[in-house]
Design a protein around this ligand. Structure first.
Ligand code: B12
Ligand code: SF4
Ligand code: SF4
Length: 375
């Protein structure tokens, strides 16, 4: 095999990414970008909540995510790939049926996005290996990650020219919007980066807009570009175990898994293209599901049946207990007193976080009835 020039190899990687089904691909230098300097303060302020993996430290006690140079000194380039997961379905801000809950767009898929993105990244990785002459392959290192490594992926996506980090903290591409999953490949190859002194990263196109900050029901975007996970519905419904702080429950509305509001209201998602990826087609029953039916099905399932049903879905992350707790809170926020008999059953549930959430939901529905009768 003849040795490819760096620019030919870089072009080959881009072609491989597109052939694997990614919508965007860029190369960032494996340097510690300025945005990473915010990370230690974010952790120190407790913004990661109970997500202890975010606080992983190296042997010197330094936060792993704050420096790629420290955790992967061998890496010279970061290949960042992005894939659109938007499907032709309404936004959460467009559906108002009080009997129905909301599962966020990214979780409707038939396959867990980690697997769908990782298998595509591995195709790109294979193309890289093949393009490197066999005698040089022993020195080549490549590692693929989809949320799985101590890497702040959005920062590298920005420095790969893929988009900017919006005030809602999401990575936004001018043409694609923000319904994008990211995947990164660290490599020892010195590829041609998309961003350089002469070619800066895409500009911040948020301008004076503050729609996401105003629309967030729990005020989780505490300042532009700063998200407090403890208040974020996505964190509360997916990552938080046990009871959800009472003062945040009303703001959760009818969300049962994740939250899309700060992206639904973003003007850059108004004309977001629709994906053609088969794995991202919604599973039946997950788009705007009927709350009672969803809660009843979960109640009937054993832990094993739950694991089997959601084996290939991001939904399993919230666990059966968390989803049942979320559904009870959502019913309490629905304003629909027809849920009272079902909540009556749940308030003596063996799972204390479900039972306690059901009691809260009942009290809220009853109080909302009283309020309207005294108006
Ligand atoms: C932890 C995590 C979460 C947490 C925390 C989110 C967060 N904003 O950090 C929770 C559970 C809340 C969450 C929610 C969601 N997540 Co998430 N999550 C992650 C994960 C694993 C790590 C993110 C991270 O490192 N955060 C650390 C903080 C510090 O980063 P940051 O908030 O982005 O802050 C950066 C800038 O805003 C800036 N900054 C920070 N502070 C300050 C202060 C000032 C003054 C300034 C100027 C700048 C600035 O620098 C920071 C970087 O250091 C990544 C995967 C990965 N490994 O990267 C996925 C990831 C970010 N999540 C993703 C998705 C899809 C979601 C959800 C849409 C899912 C949903 N529908 O419910 C929501 C979106 C919520 C939101 N508005 O961000 C995608 C995002 C894709 C995209 N287009 O951006 C990722 C990249 C996963 C993937 N591989 O595709 N997530
Ligand atoms: S995901 Fe929902 S709760 Fe979290 S910051 Fe966005 S709008 Fe707020
Ligand atoms: S809603 Fe406005 S401020 Fe928020 S991310 Fe989108 S463009 Fe930026």
């Amino acid at each position: 095999m003849t040795t490819l020039s760096i620019s030919d190899l870089t072009a080959l990687i881009r072609r491989a990414a597109l052939a694997a089904g990614f919508d965007l691909c860029g190369i960032a230098p494996a340097a510690d970008a300025a945005e990473l300097a915010h990370f230690p303060a974010w952790i120190a302020a407790g913004r990661a909540g109970e997500m202890k993996y975010m606080e992983a430290r190296d042997e010197n006690g330094e936060l792993k995510r704050s420096s790629l140079r420290r955790i992967a000194p061998w890496a010279h380039s970061v290949i960042v790939c992005a894939i659109n997961y938007n499907t032709e379905n309404p936004y959460s801000t467009q559906v108002h049926d009080p009997d129905r809950g909301w599962i966020s767009r990214y979780a409707w898929s038939r396959e867990d996005y980690h697997d769908a993105v990782l298998c595509r990244l591995q195709q790109v990785e294979a193309a890289v290996c093949e393009a490197v002459p066999s005698e040089e392959r022993t020195n080549l290192i490549t590692r693929s990650y989809v949320d799985t490594g101590p890497i702040v992926e959005r920062v590298f996506a920005r420095h790969a020219g893929i988009g900017w980090i919006g005030k809602n903290t999401c990575l936004i591409n001018q043409k694609q919007g923000s319904w994008l999953f990211l995947g990164v490949i660290l490599t020892s190859l010195e590829l041609t980066p998309d961003v350089s002194a002469l070619n800066p990263p895409p500009p911040d196109r948020c301008g004076t807009c503050t729609r996401c900050i105003e629309a967030c029901p729990t005020d989780a975007i505490v300042a532009p570009y700063q998200l407090d996970s403890n208040k974020c519905i996505s964190y509360l419904t997916i990552e938080k175990r046990g009871s959800i702080p009472e003062e945040l429950r009303a703001g959760m509305g009818r969300h049962i898994f994740g939250c899309d509001i700060c992206q639904d209201v973003c003007p850059w998602n108004r004309k977001a293209p629709v994906t053609t990826v088969a794995e991202f087609k919604p599973r039946p029953g997950l788009v705007n599901p009927a709350l009672a039916e969803f809660a009843e099905k979960l109640a009937e399932m054993s832990e094993e049946q739950f694991r089997e049903t959601f084996r290939r879905s991001p939904i399993r992350r919230a666990r059966r207990s968390g989803l049942r707790r979320n559904a009870a809170i959502a019913m309490g926020n629905s304003g629909n007193r027809d849920f009272l008999p079902l909540l009556d059953k749940l308030d003596s549930d063996q799972d204390e976080s479900v039972a306690e959430s059901a009691r809260w939901a009942k009290a809220r529905l009853l109080a909302s009835g009283e309020e309207s009768s005294t108006e």
